[in-house]
Design a protein around this ligand. Structure first.
Ligand code: SAH
Length: 362
């Protein structure tokens, strides 16, 4: 309806935290409470265009449309697994594509959200890692996935958890990830308390130390995958920069709420990291950490040079940990038939060359 002001760069409402929106509107003479209304329309009611904000006057909507855009990821494809898990392929404003996953009844409803297009970490068993990092997601794009899923699944009145375990390494996109968590937690938005959010990371040490000082703190999951630097270095290349001892030391200092624990994720790979000896070493490593271990039997895929251990080997590993009084669970892999399970998210045709990936890490 309204025309774009020539020469003026329009801000994207989807990218603004509520206080920033309040300040921007106030500066142009609009009452502060309007920011609250606009934020609620976008985040709580899920509108995707300014004209749908029907309790704002036509004139204000026209003024807004002149000064702002409102961007929402487009739902390209939706695929449902026999176990109820659903994978969503979303297209961003620049044409890049990402995947988000809905996992029902775990027992809670869970959204698995991406923080980057691709990933620079190149873990040896992860398909997303094969893409390399294409780019970071903006906070609006991270929150946008949640807005789209809430809408597509009709979950506006249903509680859900969020795990930052989709494509990307959240601590490698620190500022936008934290901004997204603040927007998601906003009392005028979806009100997803950080207690219902889990951030999973390979353990980028400086970012982990920064996270420890955040006022708004998600649950923490560390992708460990091996109890020694030698083995972990082969699986998670960044371990050569930030080794296990430093990560565990940071975890010991990490401010945890009462009764809460850090989750250590451990992808089980046959003959690589699944021996009883390695389980004992892991138990010793975590002996003085408020930890729980989540074993993830490998989700095999073409191009991934590892195998999933036998059920016996998985049970044996879990039993050794339990015998050493380490809390342990085995992750049931969901959505494998539609390639929506851990480490299976990949959007073809967006790969970067290894040289480009390195440039991003360094
Ligand atoms: N980059 C973050 C979050 C994304 S991955 C991280 O590494 O923690 C979420 C979890 O899935 C991680 O623990 C990751 O190691 C695991 N994963 C990756 N590929 C997998 C595969 N093929 N099978 C099982 N789990 C996998």
């Amino acid at each position: 309806m309204s025309k774009k002001t020539p020469g003026a760069e329009r801000r994207d409402l989807a990218e603004l935290e509520r206080p920033a929106l309040e300040a921007l509107l106030e500066a142009s003479g609009v009452e502060r409470f309007r920011a609250r209304q606009i934020f609620r329309w976008i985040h709580r009611h899920g509108v995707t265009n300014i004209d749908a904000m029907t309790d704002l006057s036509r004139q204000l909507r026209a003024t807004l449309a002149d000064a702002f855009t409102l961007t929402t990821p487009a739902l390209v494809e939706r695929e449902k697994s026999i176990d109820g898990t659903e994978k969503f392929l979303l297209r961003l404003a620049d044409g890049r594509q990402i995947e988000s996953v809905f996992i029902p009844d775990t027992p809670a409803m869970t959204f698995c959200i991406s923080t980057q297009v691709g990933c620079a970490m190149a873990c040896a068993f992860c398909l997303t890692g094969k893409m390399g990092l294409v780019r970071n997601l903006t906070a609006g794009e991270i929150v946008g996935q949640v807005r789209v899923l809430v809408d597509a699944l009709d979950m506006r009145d249903t509680r859900f958890n969020i795990v930052l375990m989709g494509m990307g390494e959240p601590l490698h996109n620190y500022d936008e990830t934290m901004k997204a968590l603040r927007m998601l937690a906003d009392e005028h938005g979806l009100e997803v308390s950080p207690r219902r959010v889990t951030l999973s990371t390979v353990g980028l040490l400086p970012a982990l130390e920064r996270l420890a000082k955040e006022p708004l703190m998600p649950n923490l999951a560390i992708s460990l995958h091996a109890p020694t630097d030698l083995t972990r270095g082969e699986l998670v290349p960044i371990n050569k920069t930030y080794g296990i001892a430093e990560i565990i030391a940071a975890c010991r200092k990490f401010p945890l709420k009462k009764r809460s624990r850090i989750t250590f994720e451990y992808v089980l790979l046959a003959g690589v990291n699944d021996s009883a000896d390695q389980a004992r070493t892991l138990a010793k490593l975590l002996a003085n950490v408020k930890a729980k271990v989540n074993l993830i039997p490998l989700n095999a895929a073409p191009g991934i040079p590892f195998e999933r251990p036998s059920d016996q080997a998985i049970d044996r590993f879990a039993q050794v940990l339990a015998d050493h009084h380490i809390l342990v669970s085995v992750r049931k892999s969901r959505g494998r038939d539609i390639r929506a399970a851990c480490g299976q998210l990949i959007v073809e045709g967006q790969r970067k060359s290894p040289a480009q990936q390195l440039a991003v890490i360094l």
